[in-house]
Design a protein around this ligand. Structure first.
Ligand SMILES: Nc1ncnc2c1ncn2[C@@H]1O[C@H](COP(=O)(O)OP(=O)(O)O)[C@@H](O)[C@H]1O
Ligand SMILES: [Mg+2]
Length: 245
């Protein structure tokens, strides 16, 4: 059984059909990449998966249960889905350590020492131990994203969902975070990653889902997409890019 099974997902905001007929699955251990122009509906798909938005119709089954079902415990669902946003979304009034340990205390019910221990383990994986007492504003964007990823992983989620994790970073920090995500991939963690970064996409996955105006237009190897000559939108997005394999 797939970890996440999305079937005929549709989302309408007012008059605007943002997603239609979205079908894909994420199996345990998969790294799935979703690309597409700004406004094509990528974030909305991710938001429907962890109930930041409700689908208009269709189904999203996570670990055998409909996520929009009436008896779903949204907190329990979100504990299993580690979400990383483009803008880091750290709590600015909390230190690095507290940012990582807070959910462990509140959602996992750990004592403060227990939560701090676990948080420090995660921070050390990402070379952020020395920064544990700093506030987010005292860190670079790349460091903030490391903390955000550490915070998501501290909950031992079943899947890490990343929404353009490198887009707000300059090229050097962006490479740094991309390398880190690639290192995580090698540990076997299941990931669903939205990105504009073709190099990152190519490093972490063989295939890419290409979303265009709310429809998955292609789900294929990047090399196949890059050599597509029949679809002008796919060509515009993937074609003529340097460095593609
Ligand atoms: N909460 C919302 N209310 C109304 N419209 C929204 C909302 N969220 C997203 N949209 C619209 O849905 C479309 C897709 O947005 P989004 O999923 O954020 O695209 P992407 O992540 O691919 O850039 C956009 O036109 C956006 O304006
Ligand atoms: Mg988005």
């Amino acid at each position: 059984m797939a970890l996440i099974q999305v079937t005929d997902l549709k989302k309408v905001f007012g008059e605007q059909v943002v997603l239609s007929d979205i079908n894909f699955e994420v199996k345990d251990g998969d790294v799935r990449v979703l690309m597409g122009a700004s406004g094509s509906g990528k974030s909305t798909i991710l938001h429907c998966i962890n109930r930041l938005e409700d689908p208009t119709s269709g189904s999203i089954i996570f670990r055998g249960k409909e996520v929009a079902g009436p008896d779903v415990d949204v907190r329990a669902l979100r504990k299993q889905i580690g979400f990383v946003f483009q803008q880091f979304a750290l709590y600015s009034h909390l230190t690095v350590l507290d940012n990582v340990s807070l959910a462990l205390r509140i959602l996992e019910g750990m004592s403060k020492p227990q939560a701090n221990d676990k948080a420090l383990q995660e921070l050390s994986r990402f070379d952020m131990t020395a920064h544990q007492h700093k506030y987010p504003s005292q860190l670079s964007g790349g460091q903030q994203q490391r903390v955000a990823i550490a915070r998501a992983l501290a909950m031992d989620p079943a899947v890490l969902v990343l929404d353009e994790p490198t887009s707000a970073l300059d090229p050097i920090m962006s490479r740094d975070v991309a390398d880190l995500i690639n290192t995580l991939r090698k540990t076997g963690i299941t990931m669903l990653c939205v990105t504009h970064d073709l190099a990152l996409a190519q490093n972490i996955s063989d295939t890419v889902m290409f979303l265009d105006k709310g429809v998955i237009r292609a789900d294929d190897k990047i090399s196949v997409l890059a050599s597509n000559t029949s679809d002008p939108d796919i060509q515009a997005f993937f074609g003529n890019k340097d460095g593609l394999k």
